[in-house]
Write a protein that binds this ligand. Sequence first.
Ligand SMILES: N=Nc1ccc(S(N)(=O)=O)cc1
Ligand SMILES: [Zn+2]
Length: 261
Amino acid sequence: CSLAGCSSKLGLHPIWQGPIRIPGGTRQSPIDIRVRDSVFDPHLQPLSITYDPSTCLQIWNNGYAFLVEFDDSTDKSVIRGGPLKNQFKLKQFHFHWGAIDDWGSEHTVDSKVFPAELHLVHWNCCKYASFEEAIMEDNGLAVIAVFLKIGKHHQELQKLIDALPLVKHKDTLTEFKNFDPSCLLPYCPDYWTYFGSLTTPPLSESVTWIIKKRPIQVSPNQLAGFRNLLFTSVGEEEKNMVDNFRPLQPLMNRTVHSNFK
Ligand SMILES: N=Nc1ccc(S(N)(=O)=O)cc1
Ligand SMILES: [Zn+2]
């Protein structure tokens, strides 16, 4: 059997070699969002998102994805409201994508797969002292997910794609300043929300997920730019960074809520 075949037979993820299922996990991510089963919650406040481009620091290839990282020593880039009881600080954003445009997202909507998915990762700065602490704690993180679909060229995203050759290999980093992630959000305020987990190790069940209903559009060439990244470090046999999404996880005893009817 191929390496991938063996690892999946052992219940290990073909890329991360970590568990596909967390033993005892009751709130794992990603999930399929069954629109008809989602429950409108009239008490959900509007989501308040304030991002300051001056907090944008760098891009880093961590061997799973490329992360755009932010200075979280201030509260200039924060979200609150929606399903959140506290203020959460933006720490990083990253994407998950496929080897081809037919798949790539982590969450699905009535089993529809998107070519890619953006995750804006925030941590609960009211309850915890750092991102590293919040990852492991209940209600520690809030992740806004935005689906990407193939369509028109995304002008601001191109600035990010032009920098990717500088972080081609795992553990490379480049300075990346004055990027406002608000440009990656759809205008439509509609979202689903549910309690879940990180989708890469340590897979901790610490995430309030906020999944935007409307996708943003990127061109085929732009998504192809993601696929030139490598999982591998300099000097290793090159493996293109593609299919860095986790398989769907069981919903178990959870309800997905929406802020729209
Ligand atoms: N170690 N940090 C992480 C942060 C976010 C995610 S995800 N893919 O769930 O947004 C995974 C790991
Ligand atoms: Zn992610």
